[in-house]
Design a protein around this ligand. Structure first.
Ligand code: AKG
Length: 318
């Protein structure tokens, strides 16, 4: 049987849309009191020209020289941050487009929320260049050591000012994919200082049997609470260093991660895509945590090969 790790009797399917899923999902995090009156400063706006569409395409198609030390780091720790993957001018073009897409979808009044727009690659040419980027897809294939990767979905994530923590989780409990070769890119659209909630991954060496035995629940905050308590009891903290423009992080689906509160006055914006090894199957029993997965694998039944017209091969270990 192909399964995932959600230890819950609640195997109901998610019936809302993707934004509703995120609104619900963020309630699974335990949060410190968030004082909207004491915001930290947002990072300075970069004084950079935005790249043209052609320049964006060229930069995202050009292979990246992946150092072997970075691959070794990823395999040892379950994540890696790579510097200077995307030029600042390309990020400036993507940030401007992301701003427009979020405005069109949500307007401006959204403090405290976590906004997500998925499958933008299907309707926006710049977002398509990111999700199907050979540069990013090749890095994913090389880090995982697989011949080829397919796209699961893309994401534009906007953690709005005063939005709380992202709950502790492992993506393998979300994605209905029966493979360990699944990873997600995390591309900040600006500098992300500590107070803005950078992605925070837990190195594999800090993962104990106790941590792995905590049951994943969809009913309340107990999973987030228990993971945090278990790490606190050992004095262990995730890698929550700030990000700079151009940095791209990749994390494996079995990596524990979270992200802090956005205590600044600006939204924390990220583009993210998930890739999996070509040849992967869907698990037999997707759950609520898998969200609206049939939207990303249309026509694919549980247990079947995860390959639809929305899952092109985007990278190889060339
Ligand atoms: O951006 C965040 O706060 C969380 C993102 C995340 O969990 C992921 O990309 O897997």
């Amino acid at each position: 049987m192909i399964t995932n790790q959600v230890n819950t009797s609640d195997t109901a399917q998610w019936s809302g849309d993707d934004q509703e899923w995120w609104d619900w999902y963020m309630t699974l995090a335990n949060n410190p009191p968030i004082d909207a009156d004491t915001a930290e400063p947002a990072p300075a706006k970069p004084n950079t020209r935005a790249a043209s569409d052609r320049e964006v395409f060229t930069a995202l198609d050009d292979p990246y020289e992946l150092p072997s030390a970075a691959t070794a780091f990823y395999r040892r720790n379950g994540y890696v941050r790579l510097p200077k993957v995307i030029p600042a001018q390309v990020i400036a073009a993507l940030a401007a487009r992301a701003d427009q897409l979020l405005f069109d979808a949500h307007g401006t009044a959204r403090p405290g929320r976590f906004l997500a727009l998925e499958q933008l690659w299907r309707r926006d040419s710049l977002m398509l260049m990111v999700a199907l980027s050979r540069r990013i897809g090749d890095i994913a294939a090389q880090l995982m050591g697989v011949d080829a990767v397919r796209l699961y979905h893309d994401n534009l994530l906007s953690k709005e000012p005063h939005c709380g923590r992202t709950p502790w989780h492992r993506d393998r409990d979300h994605y209905p994919l029966a493979s360990t070769a699944v990873c997600t890119s995390w591309i900040p659209l600006h500098d992300v200082p500590a107070g803005m909630g950078p992605l925070a991954c837990l190195p594999r060496a800090a993962v104990t049997a106790e941590l792995l035995s905590i049951p994943v629940t969809v009913q309340d905050r107990s999973y987030d609470d228990r993971v945090a308590a278990e790490l606190r009891s050992r004095g262990v903290a995730p890698d929550a260093r700030p990000f700079e423009v151009g940095d791209v992080s990749f994390h494996a689906a079995d990596t524990f991660h979270t992200a802090g509160v956005n205590r600044t006055t600006a939204p924390r914006r990220v583009l993210s895509s998930t890739y999996y090894e070509d040849g992967t199957r869907v698990i037999d029993q997707p759950t609520m945590l898998s969200g609206s997965w049939p939207d990303f694998l249309p026509g694919v039944e549980p247990g079947a090969l995860a390959s639809s017209h929305l899952n092109p091969v985007v990278g190889t270990a060339r």
